[in-house]
Design a protein around this ligand. Structure first.
Ligand code: COA
Length: 152
């Protein structure tokens, strides 16, 4: 699957150092994920995708699914690639996976993250609740959002 010169593929352990750099760029005050966190996500068999522009990793996203529900664990696009359709491409692929299993999808998002919230609303999510001080160390609030199960 491609958009412009970006291709999606399974995220690899070899991508993890670059993921960590992207985390530091995008979530400096929000306890960015460690390399170990990414390795365990991959070792746990969760569905992780990388977005590659030529050979360069420019984004990633991960979905954890059970037979009953799925949750978006992360989705991120490097700043210089944002606003060019990569986030949408990653999210749609995660949702395709959830729809293959036929489960609802849940996620948390900072209440001030307007681009992400707009993207989720445009893809069938609705607000379910508010978690005060969900993100640390910033203490920022999160919305929980959900999208109903769809069967393919
Ligand atoms: C959220 C994020 C993944 C979106 O990725 P992206 O590649 O920039 O998004 P896209 O270009 O695919 O746009 C997808 C949709 O997001 C919304 N969007 C993107 N940028 C926006 C902006 N600046 N303002 C409002 N909405 C915006 C729009 O709904 C857009 O759909 P449209 O193009 O049909 O209008 C990206 O901004 C990011 O990595 N942000 C930092 C990390 C983060 O916040 N992750 C989410 C944690 S819950």
């Amino acid at each position: 699957m491609t958009t412009g010169t970006v291709t999606l593929g399974p995220l690899q352990h070899a991508d993890v150092p670059r993921c960590r750099e992207i985390e530091l760029e995008l979530f400096p005050g929000e306890d960015p994920w460690s390399e170990n966190a990414f390795h365990s996500e991959l070792n746990n068999g969760h569905y992780y995708l990388g977005a590659y522009a030529d050979e360069e990793l420019v984004g990633y996203a991960g979905l954890a699914a059970t037979p009953y529900e799925a949750s978006v664990h992360t989705i991120a696009v490097v700043r210089h690639w944002q606003g060019r359709g990569v986030g949408k491409m990653l999210l749609r692929k995660l949702l395709e996976r959830a729809d293959e299993i036929g489960v609802p999808v849940f996620l948390e998002v900072r209440t001030d993250n307007e681009p992400a919230i707009a993207m989720y609303l445009a893809h069938g999510f609705e607000h379910l609740g508010l978690r005060r001080r969900y993100y640390q160390p910033s203490g920022a609030d999160a919305y929980t959002m959900g999208r109903s199960a769809k069967s393919v």
